[in-house]
Structure formats: C-alpha cells, structure tokens
Design a protein around this ligand. Structure first.
Ligand code: ZN
Length: 157
C-alpha cells in the first residue's frame, strides 16, 4: 500500500485531468489511481482535437496536486509523462517557434488550467475523495459530480 499522502496527491492529479477535460467538452471514460506498472494513475478520455485544450488537460494534473495542499509537489517525479507530453505537443503546435514562443504557449495553458480548476474546485475535491476511496471511477461519476456542483467553462457565469 502506498503512503496516504502520495495516494491523495494521485487522486487530485487524476481528478484535475478529468474535470478539466470534462468542462472543455471532452468525454471522460474512466479515471484511475490503481497503479499499472510504473504508472500511478490515468485519466482515460476521448480524442482531443484542439491542441490547446489537450495542453490544458496535461497541465491540469500537476496544478491540481499543487492546489490541493496535500503535500509538496516539487521537486518530485509527480509530472510523470505529462511534462514530456506537453513539451512534445508544444513543439507540434509551434514547429518553427523560438523558445520564448513555446514558453508563452505553456504559460497560457497553465493559466487556463489553473482558472478552470479554481472555478470547478468543489468538483475536483469531491472527485478526488471518491477516487481515493474507490481507486477507479467511470465517466458517469465524473459527469454526476460536475452536475452536482455545476461545471463551469471559462466563458460561463
Ligand atoms: Zn498526469
């Protein structure tokens, strides 16, 4: 059994991915903090065609950990494959760009992910608590949780 603190951070991490995907209109199939090999958790969702939306989802995991106050997030290997995936995505979005342009894209995504997480924080907390107990949840639970607290995208009031 992993330490509780690590499991809490994992629950917030995956809940962050799931809630930020769902409020951007992406269908979430399943979210899990059951370890598979070296992977401590995963959020399974439908195809994301908008690269900025995909980048926002990637950053949402580690930002949710940070916002949770459940433990020190950095320096640890908490980003897992998210940071390399985000870097790869930005290289595709900005193939001839300079480093400053790439950093600007990352920062825009981080800002958007933070805003979406803060707007939907009650849903993130609730989902993390359910995930911590169950280990794995299907997409219906994510939708029900967002329905309870009212999912808000950035343009919503
Ligand atoms: Zn992640």
């Amino acid at each position: 059994m992993r330490p509780t603190k690590r499991r809490w951070l994992d629950a917030y991490h995956e809940s962050g991915h799931a809630i930020v995907a769902a409020v951007q209109g992406i269908d979430v199939h399943r979210v899990s903090i059951l370890p598979i090999g070296r992977t401590r958790g995963r959020c399974f969702h439908g195809l994301v065609t908008d690269p900025m939306a995909a980048l926002v989802i990637l950053w949402a995991g580690i930002i949710a950990e940070g916002l949770s106050g459940k433990g020190r997030v950095l320096p640890r290997r908490s980003t897992g494959s998210d940071a390399p995936a985000a870097e790869k995505l930005v290289e595709k979005m900005c193939p001839n760009g300079c480093d400053a342009e790439r950093v600007t894209l990352h920062l825009a995504a981080i800002e958007k992910a933070s805003a979406l997480l803060r707007r939907n924080w009650a849903s993130v907390v609730s989902l993390a608590e359910q995930l911590q107990t169950a280990g794995e949840l299907d997409g219906a639970v994510v939708r029900r949780t967002l329905g309870t607290f009212g999912g808000l995208a950035l343009g919503d009031h």
